[in-house]
Design a protein around this ligand. Structure first.
Ligand SMILES: NC(=O)c1ccc[n+]([C@@H]2O[C@H](COP(=O)([O-])OP(=O)(O)OC[C@H]3O[C@@H](n4cnc5c(N)ncnc54)[C@H](O)[C@@H]3O)[C@@H](O)[C@H]2O)c1
Length: 286
Protein backbone atom coordinates (compact mmCIF):
# COMPACT_ATOMS: atom_id res chain seq x y z
CA UNK A 1 0.00 0.00 0.00
CA UNK A 2 1.15 3.52 -0.76
CA UNK A 3 0.91 6.04 2.06
CA UNK A 4 0.14 9.42 0.51
CA UNK A 5 -1.23 11.21 3.54
CA UNK A 6 -1.27 10.35 7.24
CA UNK A 7 -3.76 11.84 9.70
CA UNK A 8 -2.28 12.85 13.06
CA UNK A 9 -4.83 13.59 15.77
CA UNK A 10 -3.48 15.52 18.75
CA UNK A 11 -0.49 17.81 18.29
CA UNK A 12 0.78 17.84 21.87
CA UNK A 13 3.99 16.47 23.31
CA UNK A 14 3.99 13.19 21.36
CA UNK A 15 1.99 14.39 18.33
CA UNK A 16 4.74 16.90 17.52
CA UNK A 17 7.27 14.05 17.43
CA UNK A 18 4.98 11.93 15.24
CA UNK A 19 4.55 14.76 12.71
CA UNK A 20 8.30 15.43 12.77
CA UNK A 21 9.07 11.79 11.99
CA UNK A 22 6.50 11.59 9.19
CA UNK A 23 7.58 14.77 7.39
CA UNK A 24 11.27 13.86 7.73
CA UNK A 25 10.53 10.60 5.89
CA UNK A 26 8.69 12.35 3.06
CA UNK A 27 5.10 11.72 4.16
CA UNK A 28 2.37 14.36 4.01
CA UNK A 29 0.32 14.88 7.17
CA UNK A 30 -3.07 16.26 8.14
CA UNK A 31 -2.62 17.43 11.72
CA UNK A 32 -5.78 17.90 13.81
CA UNK A 33 -6.04 19.59 17.19
CA UNK A 34 -8.67 21.62 19.01
CA UNK A 35 -7.34 25.15 18.46
CA UNK A 36 -5.32 27.18 15.96
CA UNK A 37 -3.00 28.29 18.79
CA UNK A 38 -2.06 24.70 19.67
CA UNK A 39 -1.54 23.90 15.98
CA UNK A 40 0.67 26.96 15.46
CA UNK A 41 2.84 26.08 18.42
CA UNK A 42 3.03 22.43 17.27
CA UNK A 43 4.13 23.56 13.81
CA UNK A 44 6.85 25.74 15.33
CA UNK A 45 8.04 22.78 17.44
CA UNK A 46 8.13 20.49 14.37
CA UNK A 47 10.17 23.07 12.42
CA UNK A 48 12.55 23.37 15.35
CA UNK A 49 12.94 19.56 15.48
CA UNK A 50 13.63 19.48 11.73
CA UNK A 51 16.26 22.22 12.13
CA UNK A 52 18.01 20.32 14.95
CA UNK A 53 18.13 16.95 13.13
CA UNK A 54 21.74 17.39 11.88
CA UNK A 55 22.87 18.04 15.47
CA UNK A 56 21.07 15.07 16.98
CA UNK A 57 21.12 12.29 14.38
CA UNK A 58 23.56 10.91 11.84
CA UNK A 59 20.97 8.78 10.09
CA UNK A 60 17.70 10.76 9.87
CA UNK A 61 16.95 12.46 6.54
CA UNK A 62 17.67 16.20 6.32
CA UNK A 63 14.85 18.30 4.89
CA UNK A 64 14.35 22.02 4.44
CA UNK A 65 11.90 24.17 6.36
CA UNK A 66 9.85 24.63 3.16
CA UNK A 67 9.69 20.88 2.56
CA UNK A 68 8.48 20.39 6.14
CA UNK A 69 5.87 23.13 5.75
CA UNK A 70 4.60 21.64 2.48
CA UNK A 71 4.07 18.29 4.22
CA UNK A 72 1.85 19.67 7.00
CA UNK A 73 -1.80 20.62 6.73
CA UNK A 74 -3.00 22.03 10.06
CA UNK A 75 -6.68 21.89 10.86
CA UNK A 76 -9.25 21.92 13.65
CA UNK A 77 -11.74 20.06 11.41
CA UNK A 78 -11.78 16.29 11.93
CA UNK A 79 -13.48 15.89 8.52
CA UNK A 80 -10.14 16.76 6.90
CA UNK A 81 -8.81 13.26 7.68
CA UNK A 82 -11.13 11.79 5.05
CA UNK A 83 -8.28 11.98 2.49
CA UNK A 84 -5.83 10.08 4.76
CA UNK A 85 -4.54 6.52 4.19
CA UNK A 86 -3.72 5.86 7.87
CA UNK A 87 -4.55 7.74 11.08
CA UNK A 88 -2.36 8.02 14.16
CA UNK A 89 -4.25 9.23 17.23
CA UNK A 90 -2.32 10.97 20.03
CA UNK A 91 -4.93 12.93 21.96
CA UNK A 92 -5.09 13.40 25.73
CA UNK A 93 -4.79 10.18 27.76
CA UNK A 94 -8.41 10.25 28.89
CA UNK A 95 -11.10 7.79 27.85
CA UNK A 96 -13.71 10.57 27.97
CA UNK A 97 -11.70 12.36 25.26
CA UNK A 98 -10.69 9.32 23.19
CA UNK A 99 -14.06 7.52 23.06
CA UNK A 100 -16.11 10.24 21.29
CA UNK A 101 -13.16 10.98 19.02
CA UNK A 102 -12.91 7.35 17.83
CA UNK A 103 -16.67 7.28 17.19
CA UNK A 104 -16.29 10.42 15.06
CA UNK A 105 -13.11 9.19 13.30
CA UNK A 106 -14.96 6.02 12.35
CA UNK A 107 -17.64 8.09 10.64
CA UNK A 108 -15.18 10.31 8.77
CA UNK A 109 -12.27 8.08 7.68
CA UNK A 110 -12.57 5.84 4.60
CA UNK A 111 -13.79 2.35 5.60
CA UNK A 112 -10.50 0.59 4.70
CA UNK A 113 -8.30 2.98 6.72
CA UNK A 114 -6.54 1.66 9.85
CA UNK A 115 -6.25 3.58 13.13
CA UNK A 116 -3.05 3.54 15.19
CA UNK A 117 -3.87 4.35 18.82
CA UNK A 118 -0.93 5.97 20.56
CA UNK A 119 -1.94 5.53 24.17
CA UNK A 120 0.14 4.95 27.28
CA UNK A 121 -2.20 2.63 29.12
CA UNK A 122 -5.75 2.50 27.75
CA UNK A 123 -6.75 -0.91 26.39
CA UNK A 124 -6.59 -1.15 22.59
CA UNK A 125 -9.54 -3.56 22.66
CA UNK A 126 -11.58 -0.93 24.53
CA UNK A 127 -10.58 1.77 22.02
CA UNK A 128 -11.40 -0.51 19.07
CA UNK A 129 -14.85 -1.10 20.57
CA UNK A 130 -15.68 2.57 20.03
CA UNK A 131 -15.48 1.96 16.25
CA UNK A 132 -17.14 -0.38 13.76
CA UNK A 133 -13.70 -1.38 12.44
CA UNK A 134 -12.15 -3.09 15.46
CA UNK A 135 -10.00 -5.36 13.25
CA UNK A 136 -8.36 -2.19 11.87
CA UNK A 137 -7.37 -0.66 15.19
CA UNK A 138 -3.88 -1.30 16.52
CA UNK A 139 -1.86 0.12 19.42
CA UNK A 140 1.32 2.01 18.61
CA UNK A 141 3.12 3.09 21.72
CA UNK A 142 5.64 5.50 20.28
CA UNK A 143 8.46 6.66 22.50
CA UNK A 144 9.41 10.28 23.07
CA UNK A 145 11.06 11.98 21.13
CA UNK A 146 9.45 9.91 18.38
CA UNK A 147 11.79 10.82 15.50
CA UNK A 148 14.87 9.84 17.55
CA UNK A 149 13.58 6.49 18.83
CA UNK A 150 14.03 3.54 16.46
CA UNK A 151 11.78 1.03 18.27
CA UNK A 152 8.04 1.01 18.94
CA UNK A 153 5.90 -1.17 21.19
CA UNK A 154 3.02 -2.37 19.01
CA UNK A 155 -0.11 -3.78 20.62
CA UNK A 156 -2.54 -6.20 19.06
CA UNK A 157 -6.07 -5.65 20.34
CA UNK A 158 -8.45 -8.59 20.72
CA UNK A 159 -9.77 -8.11 17.16
CA UNK A 160 -6.70 -6.60 15.42
CA UNK A 161 -6.16 -8.40 12.09
CA UNK A 162 -2.88 -9.59 10.60
CA UNK A 163 -3.59 -7.29 7.64
CA UNK A 164 -3.69 -4.28 9.97
CA UNK A 165 -0.40 -5.32 11.56
CA UNK A 166 1.14 -5.76 8.08
CA UNK A 167 -0.09 -2.30 7.04
CA UNK A 168 1.48 -0.75 10.13
CA UNK A 169 4.76 -2.60 9.57
CA UNK A 170 4.80 -1.24 6.03
CA UNK A 171 4.42 2.29 7.41
CA UNK A 172 7.21 1.59 9.90
CA UNK A 173 9.48 0.42 7.10
CA UNK A 174 9.11 3.91 5.57
CA UNK A 175 9.92 5.41 8.99
CA UNK A 176 12.76 2.88 9.55
CA UNK A 177 11.27 1.80 12.85
CA UNK A 178 11.37 -1.64 14.41
CA UNK A 179 8.26 -3.03 16.14
CA UNK A 180 8.05 -5.19 19.24
CA UNK A 181 4.57 -6.72 19.00
CA UNK A 182 2.85 -7.57 22.29
CA UNK A 183 -0.65 -8.49 23.42
CA UNK A 184 -3.19 -6.08 24.80
CA UNK A 185 -3.18 -5.45 28.54
CA UNK A 186 -3.40 -2.12 30.41
CA UNK A 187 -0.02 -0.38 30.24
CA UNK A 188 1.23 -3.12 27.86
CA UNK A 189 4.82 -4.06 28.78
CA UNK A 190 6.53 -0.68 28.95
CA UNK A 191 4.20 1.43 31.04
CA UNK A 192 2.91 -1.33 33.32
CA UNK A 193 6.50 -1.62 34.56
CA UNK A 194 7.94 1.87 34.06
CA UNK A 195 5.08 3.68 35.82
CA UNK A 196 5.79 1.67 38.97
CA UNK A 197 9.39 2.95 38.80
CA UNK A 198 8.36 6.56 38.25
CA UNK A 199 5.62 6.49 40.90
CA UNK A 200 7.88 4.85 43.51
CA UNK A 201 10.62 7.38 42.72
CA UNK A 202 8.09 10.13 43.52
CA UNK A 203 7.28 8.38 46.85
CA UNK A 204 11.03 8.20 47.65
CA UNK A 205 11.29 11.94 47.01
CA UNK A 206 8.14 12.63 49.03
CA UNK A 207 9.61 10.63 51.95
CA UNK A 208 12.77 12.78 51.83
CA UNK A 209 15.00 9.76 51.32
CA UNK A 210 16.99 11.52 48.58
CA UNK A 211 16.85 14.52 46.28
CA UNK A 212 15.40 14.26 42.77
CA UNK A 213 18.92 14.54 41.34
CA UNK A 214 20.20 11.71 43.56
CA UNK A 215 17.30 9.40 42.68
CA UNK A 216 18.00 9.86 38.97
CA UNK A 217 21.75 9.56 39.56
CA UNK A 218 21.33 6.09 41.12
CA UNK A 219 19.55 4.86 37.99
CA UNK A 220 22.01 6.47 35.59
CA UNK A 221 25.30 5.82 37.36
CA UNK A 222 24.58 2.54 39.14
CA UNK A 223 22.22 0.87 36.65
CA UNK A 224 23.54 2.51 33.48
CA UNK A 225 20.10 3.84 32.43
CA UNK A 226 20.21 6.80 30.05
CA UNK A 227 17.67 8.68 32.15
CA UNK A 228 16.45 8.40 35.74
CA UNK A 229 12.75 7.75 36.56
CA UNK A 230 11.98 11.35 37.54
CA UNK A 231 13.63 12.75 34.39
CA UNK A 232 11.62 10.23 32.38
CA UNK A 233 8.40 11.35 34.05
CA UNK A 234 9.30 14.99 33.25
CA UNK A 235 9.89 14.06 29.60
CA UNK A 236 6.58 12.20 29.28
CA UNK A 237 4.65 14.96 31.07
CA UNK A 238 3.52 14.54 34.70
CA UNK A 239 -0.15 15.00 33.72
CA UNK A 240 0.11 12.06 31.31
CA UNK A 241 1.94 9.98 33.95
CA UNK A 242 -0.82 10.66 36.52
CA UNK A 243 -3.57 9.81 34.01
CA UNK A 244 -1.75 6.59 33.08
CA UNK A 245 -1.36 5.58 36.73
CA UNK A 246 -5.08 6.21 37.24
CA UNK A 247 -5.90 3.98 34.25
CA UNK A 248 -3.60 1.24 35.61
CA UNK A 249 -5.17 1.54 39.07
CA UNK A 250 -8.71 1.35 37.68
CA UNK A 251 -7.82 -1.51 35.34
CA UNK A 252 -6.11 -3.82 37.82
CA UNK A 253 -7.68 -2.57 41.09
CA UNK A 254 -4.23 -3.14 42.53
CA UNK A 255 -3.03 -0.62 45.17
CA UNK A 256 0.52 -0.80 43.80
CA UNK A 257 -0.65 1.63 41.07
CA UNK A 258 -2.09 4.28 43.45
CA UNK A 259 -0.66 7.62 42.36
CA UNK A 260 1.86 9.29 44.68
CA UNK A 261 0.24 12.45 46.20
CA UNK A 262 3.37 14.51 45.40
CA UNK A 263 3.06 13.62 41.71
CA UNK A 264 -0.59 14.71 41.64
CA UNK A 265 0.25 17.88 43.60
CA UNK A 266 2.88 18.90 41.01
CA UNK A 267 0.25 18.49 38.28
CA UNK A 268 -2.23 20.65 40.21
CA UNK A 269 0.56 23.24 40.61
CA UNK A 270 1.04 23.31 36.81
CA UNK A 271 4.51 21.75 37.01
CA UNK A 272 4.05 19.22 34.21
CA UNK A 273 7.72 18.58 33.41
CA UNK A 274 9.69 19.68 30.36
CA UNK A 275 6.66 21.00 28.52
CA UNK A 276 6.08 23.66 31.21
CA UNK A 277 9.77 24.14 32.11
CA UNK A 278 9.39 22.65 35.58
CA UNK A 279 8.50 19.25 37.03
CA UNK A 280 10.71 17.23 39.35
CA UNK A 281 13.58 19.16 37.76
CA UNK A 282 13.75 22.67 36.25
CA UNK A 283 14.30 23.24 32.49
CA UNK A 284 14.94 26.99 32.25
CA UNK A 285 16.07 26.90 28.59
CA UNK A 286 13.12 25.00 27.06
N1 LIG B 1 4.18 11.91 26.33
C1 LIG B 1 4.70 10.74 26.04
O1 LIG B 1 5.90 10.49 26.24
C2 LIG B 1 3.83 9.66 25.43
C3 LIG B 1 4.45 8.51 24.93
C4 LIG B 1 3.67 7.53 24.31
C5 LIG B 1 2.29 7.70 24.22
N2 LIG B 1 1.71 8.81 24.72
C6 LIG B 1 0.26 8.95 24.60
O2 LIG B 1 0.00 9.88 23.57
C7 LIG B 1 -1.21 10.59 23.86
C8 LIG B 1 -0.91 12.06 23.90
O3 LIG B 1 0.03 12.32 24.93
P1 LIG B 1 0.80 13.71 25.02
O4 LIG B 1 1.85 13.54 26.03
O5 LIG B 1 1.15 14.19 23.65
O6 LIG B 1 -0.38 14.65 25.62
P2 LIG B 1 -0.53 16.23 25.48
O7 LIG B 1 -1.47 16.62 26.56
O8 LIG B 1 0.80 16.88 25.38
O9 LIG B 1 -1.26 16.41 24.04
C9 LIG B 1 -2.56 15.96 23.78
C10 LIG B 1 -3.12 16.81 22.64
O10 LIG B 1 -4.40 16.28 22.24
C11 LIG B 1 -5.22 17.39 21.91
N3 LIG B 1 -6.63 17.00 21.87
C12 LIG B 1 -7.46 16.76 22.91
N4 LIG B 1 -8.68 16.42 22.45
C13 LIG B 1 -8.61 16.42 21.09
C14 LIG B 1 -9.53 16.14 20.04
N5 LIG B 1 -10.78 15.79 20.31
N6 LIG B 1 -9.11 16.25 18.77
C15 LIG B 1 -7.84 16.60 18.47
N7 LIG B 1 -6.90 16.88 19.42
C16 LIG B 1 -7.29 16.77 20.71
C17 LIG B 1 -4.89 18.41 22.98
O11 LIG B 1 -5.31 19.71 22.62
C18 LIG B 1 -3.37 18.27 23.05
O12 LIG B 1 -2.70 19.14 22.14
C19 LIG B 1 -1.72 10.05 25.20
O13 LIG B 1 -2.67 9.03 25.00
C20 LIG B 1 -0.46 9.50 25.83
O14 LIG B 1 -0.71 8.50 26.78
C21 LIG B 1 2.46 9.82 25.31
Amino acid sequence: MEFKRIGVLGAGNIGVGVVTDLVLHGLCTVVVDVSDEILASAQAAVLNNVRCVPLLSKTLPRITRDEALRRMVLTTRLQDIESCDFVIENVTEDWKVKQPLYEAMDRVARPEVCFGANTSCISITQIAGATRRSAQVIGIHLMNPVHLKPTVEVIRGFHTSQQTLDTLLQLFSVLRKEAIVVDDSPGFVSNRISHLFMNEAAFVLQDDVATAAQIDQVFKQCFGHKMGPLETADLIGLDTVVRSLDVLYESFHDPKYRCCPLLRKLVHAGHLGRKTGKGFHAYPDE
